[in-house]
Design a binder for this molecule. Structure first.
Ligand SMILES: [Zn+2]
Length: 113
């Protein structure tokens, strides 16, 4: 599987699209590595019709939900320098993510699969 450099629970900024905001850090909710898309909190929110389902206590109506954006629309935030490109380096036998600007390791917050 291709490494996208962005993982669940990362802080990112949106650099393209209608929710572009370079100042606002947002959390990655999920990553679809196959499609190269990420789900980011409060980004690309769409309205969705929900059917009532009394068994699951769902009333129905219109719900707001994030839709995936392409990975190229977001940039990982380095704690030192802000939005940055991600590189990789080997530390022992482990591959870690590093900031391309300052070279610091960017820790993974999410659980590894
Ligand atoms: Zn950095």
């Amino acid at each position: 599987m291709m490494s996208l450099g962005i993982q669940r629970n990362d802080q990112v900024v949106v650099i393209a699209g209608k929710d572009r905001d370079l100042k606002k850090q947002r959390r990655v909710l999920s990553v679809d590595a196959e499609k190269g898309r990420v789900l980011v909190e409060h980004v690309h929110v769409i309205k969705k019709n929900v059917r009532p389902n009394p068994q699951r206590n769902i009333k129905g109506g219109i719900a707001e939900q994030e839709a995936p954006v392409h990975i190229s629309n977001v940039q990982l935030v380095c704690p030192n320098c802000g939005p940055t490109r991600v590189g990789h380096k080997l530390e022992g036998d482990k591959k870690v993510r590093v900031c391309k600007k300052c070279g610091n390791e960017i820790a993974t917050k999410g659980k590894k699969k």
